[in-house]
Design a protein around this ligand. Sequence first.
Ligand code: TRP
Length: 334
Amino acid sequence: MRIVSGIQPTGSLHLGNYLGAIRNWVLMQDALGPDGKAWFFIADLHAITIFQDPAELKQSTREIAAALMAAGIDPAKAVLFNQSQVPEHAELAWVLGCTARMGWLNRMTQFKEKSGKDREGASVGLYTYPVLQAADVLLYKATHVPVGDDQKQHLELARDIATKFNSDYGVELFPLPEPTIPPSSPRVRSLRDGAAKMSKSDPSDQSRINLTDSEDEIRNKLKRAKTDPEPLPGEAKGLEGRLEARNLVEIYATLSGESVAAVLERFGGQGFGAFKPALADLVVAHLAPMNQRFRELLAAPDEIDLALARGAERARAVAAETMREVRSAVGFLG
Ligand code: TRP
């Protein structure tokens, strides 16, 4: 078993990424042990499919690396690196771009969303983005890829590409990667609108809790979080149609490791005036140590760079071996 996943270095990490993805990465890393079974990378090659200011890209890459480490990704257990330090990602993406079909890419919904009305003005990289993503996971012969719902289609494409490559060249080179959508992670919602995901691209910073927020900021954002005038219900059924209330209760349950039912048993009948401070205590207790570690790491950027360089070195050893097999399968001399 080998799990591989990536995250883009655009914007900062928030509670939604943490509860939805990163926390599960840490759990998987710890379950798999230190033998190169968990691979996590910062997708800087993907980031530039939309123009990034170079100084900001460097800074965001360090920040995401620091946030991942502060959240518990341990470079001694997992292989942690930034994608651009392993040139084989781009090399394999070229080869797989010759396997993938135009018709397959034309069906990708994320390209349609991201390019919007100006498809002619989108970068070619944004269009072939899913091919690079396939290369990311196939390069390491990933068996499982933890991703959110929005990335499932890209994973399906990676499986199609792997299948066609294996069959075109008559090899068993790439195993088919399985998307793993962790069952226990809530889809954390915006604090301003329970119908929207908590997102780093939401223009309102009030909509999310960033992993870098101070205790005061966390408490204030939760105090001002949108709710409704009713007290909390005694059971989960009572949360139907109350998107904001449900979001806050789910965050509480995930952080405290309880079921929604258990949380409501305790808080049912109480108003948000009582529930919000309790939730804030819990969020602060989880994020404060992370926050502290994040700041320490960011104060020593050389250490972050070194950790990423070491991770990239480990990644390259495996990536180079896969590329030898690919070159031989395809018929490249040398
Ligand atoms: N496209 C993913 C996202 O935006 C990030 C990503 C890049 C990724 N390469 C990957 C995720 C490979 C899983 C596997 O969230």
